[in-house]
Design a protein around this ligand. Structure first.
Ligand SMILES: C[S@@+](CC[C@H](N)C(=O)[O-])C[C@H]1O[C@@H](n2cnc3c(N)ncnc32)[C@H](O)[C@@H]1O
Length: 199
């Protein structure tokens, strides 16, 4: 049976690869491996989030469930003044994200752990995520969204991408419950980017 990309400690042999791609008009190279999410190409949902994400002029950013690091690394490249944090439950993803920050000439604080446990006492100005829908809506995705306001400064936002016909409505409902409103900021390739703002 193939391993889930959200396994904490993947045991499958590591098949390494390199992805070269252009995001927000900048060239990036990411090292990837089997056992992590979308290891052959940057996921279309991730791409839509990266192309549409709104970043603060300064402050702190969390890439929650960072995988090999695309979202946080692009954010750090676009605005070097941001204090970028990245977390993932998958140890292989965390190791790749660490290498990829250096590879792309950016700095970030990268932590291993589930949900908000690695950033328990931290607050951010933006939280970005392509949430792991297949890890479970109730077990993982809802706590990711419900826990966001407690880790955001006032005026801060959660911006996430979801497949429109694979949980889009449910996820919008979680954002409405946590923030009062879910705004659609982008659509494309069957995905939508949703945003909740902490008032
Ligand atoms: C859909 S993937 C997105 C990965 C990366 N952000 C990207 O866009 O390529 C979701 C990520 O969430 C991670 N994940 C799953 N369960 C998690 C949890 N409980 N806490 C933190 N991260 C988790 C997975 O390991 C995976 O890397």
């Amino acid at each position: 049976m193939s391993e889930h990309y959200f396994s904490e400690n993947p045991t499958s042999p590591e098949e390494r690869g390199l992805i070269r791609t252009r995001l927000r008009g900048i060239d990036f190279t990411f090292e990837t491996s089997s056992g992590v999410f979308s290891h052959r190409r940057v996921d279309n949902g991730t791409r839509l989030l990266v192309e549409s994400m709104g970043l603060p002029g300064e402050g702190r950013l969390l890439d929650l469930g960072c995988g090999y690091g695309v979202i946080g690394i692009v954010a750090a490249k676009l605005n070097p003044r941001l204090d970028v944090w990245m977390t993932d439950v998958n140890t292989r993803a965390v190791a790749l994200a660490e290498g990829n920050t250096a590879r792309n000439g950016v700095r970030a604080t990268i932590k291993h752990g589930s949900l908000y446990e690695p950033v328990e006492s931290e607050a951010f100005d933006v939280i970005l995520t392509n949430p792991p829908i297949s890890a479970g809506m109730a077990a993982i995705v809802e706590p990711m969204i419900a826990g966001a306001p407690a880790h955001l400064n006032p005026g801060g936002s959660l911006q996430l991408v979801v497949q429109s016909n694979k949980g889009g409505r449910t996820v919008a409902g979680f954002i409405e419950a946590a923030f009062g409103e879910a705004v659609v900021v982008a659509r494309g390739s069957g995905y939508r980017v949703l945003k909740g703002v902490k008032r």
